[in-house]
Write a protein that binds this ligand. Structure first.
Ligand code: MG
Length: 393
């Protein structure tokens, strides 16, 4: 009596791909890849005779680095298709020689599947044609009118959230997948839906909510916390920046995103907002991502006369892309004139708005240099900035 496990790990994760990150199933979780957790659960379940992982053809190296060497039931990976449904079909087809009695299909991005849940799905298959791990719905459901307002409350009695593993007798589910593909049906969101369509009776096996699917960066952080509650979730990073612009003919200066009337202007390719340039470098410095000159070269005509908030917003977006949060920024402006005090709150508000953080996280200070040096001689303005950022540990 054999039961094969088919772990589907062929997804690329649109968000991860856009951010240049490895797909979630290969992300590290408590010291090993997400995928390795799922493999270990099936390896530990005595009723499972073999484990096959369906991977994206481009992920062979990632897989080789992720697959546990000690899993004795693990067979060579199988290349998947363009959709999850296609990948499962190809995975099932790869088991034809093995011809197991049962097959359990599982999403690689559910690392918390317990060997007990796998065993209970297997046990259900002794008396049912199909069985899936599922969780009774706890939340009240609302239907959207289509404009963000509620049209009705949907009764939740009898509603379950489908999880994986989903188990079936091998031959009928292989045939059902083949028939769905032949008929061009590509709209099934899980294997139980294909089974239903094919007339295979499927039973529900209650499974804990802990067997959730990792979808977002936040899910990964939550998963890490579940497995290593003592480990820090966030790593503080600090960056500093410094910038100078010389005075020139003019009637205003831009400082911290605020236009301040003055009897001089500031010379620069962009709007010469030295505090925002220093701030941009501080933000980039905190995440080790180059500097303002690298991302916005003065030689590029695109930035001629640009509002410097563009540079700050780009740096903030780079932090957000890494899953980071800006804790606080601190900007110091060095000049004899204009006087910064009357504009301080406007500058703080402008910077808070650019960064999407509370104004209490933004400090703006000003000082003269006691008429010493180039700022003291009123030849230009200098600015210093520091930024503290939390990145996922
Ligand atoms: Mg500059």
């Amino acid at each position: 009596m054999t039961a094969a496990a088919l772990i589907v790990a062929a997804g690329r994760g649109a968000r991860a791909a856009r951010d240049g990150l490895a797909p979630k199933q290969y992300a590290p979780l408590a010291g090993r890849p997400v995928l390795a957790h799922a493999i270990a659960a099936f390896e530990a379940c005595p009723g499972i005779s073999s484990i096959t992982v369906v991977i994206h053809p481009d992920d062979r190296d990632l897989y080789a680095a992720s697959a546990p060497k000690s899993a004795s039931k693990l067979k060579p990976p199988v290349p998947g298709g363009a959709t999850r449904q296609d990948s499962v079909r190809l995975g099932l087809a790869s088991l034809e020689r093995e011809a197991p009695r049962h097959v359990l299909i599982h999403d690689a991005a559910r690392p918390f599947v317990a060997p007990e849940t796998i065993a209970r799905v297997l046990a259900a298959l002794e008396t049912h044609e199909g069985a899936l791990a599922a969780e009774p719905l706890a939340d009240t459901l609302k239907r959207d009118r289509g404009d963000g307002t509620v049209s009705e409350t949907v009764p939740r009695a009898g509603l379950w959230k489908a999880q994986t593993p989903q188990g079936f007798r091998y031959a009928p589910i292989l045939a059902a997948h083949g028939r769905a593909a032949a008929q061009g049906r590509t709209d099934f969101t899980d294997d139980a839906a294909i089974a239903e369509w094919a007339g295979i009776a499927v039973t529900l096996v209650e499974s804990p909510s802990r067997n959730f699917k990792l979808t977002t960066q936040e899910d990964l952080i939550m998963a890490e916390q579940l497995l290593r509650p003592e480990a820090p979730l966030w790593e503080p990073r600090t960056g500093t920046g410094f910038d100078v612009h010389a005075f020139c003919e003019g009637d205003h200066v831009w400082l911290g995103g605020v236009r301040i009337p003055h009897d001089r202007g500031l010379l620069g390719h962009s709007d010469a907002d030295a505090p925002l340039h220093a701030l941009t470098d501080a933000l980039l410095g905190a995440i080790g991502d180059g500097d303002i000159g690298q991302h916005f070269p003065p030689s590029d005509p695109a930035w001629k006369g640009a509002r410097s908030r563009v540079f700050v917003e780009d740096a903030a977006a780079r932090i957000a892309k890494r899953g980071g949060r800006i804790t606080n920024v601190d900007v110091t402006i060095l000049c004899e004139a204009p006087r910064i005090g009357p504009h301080r709150d406007a500058i703080r508000n402008a910077i808070a708005d650019m960064l999407g953080i509370e104004v209490t996280r933004v400090a703006v200070k000003a000082t003269t240099t006691e008429q010493l040096g180039f700022t003291g001689r009123k030849e230009g303005i200098a600015a210093l900035a520091s930024a503290t950022v939390l990145l996922p540990a």
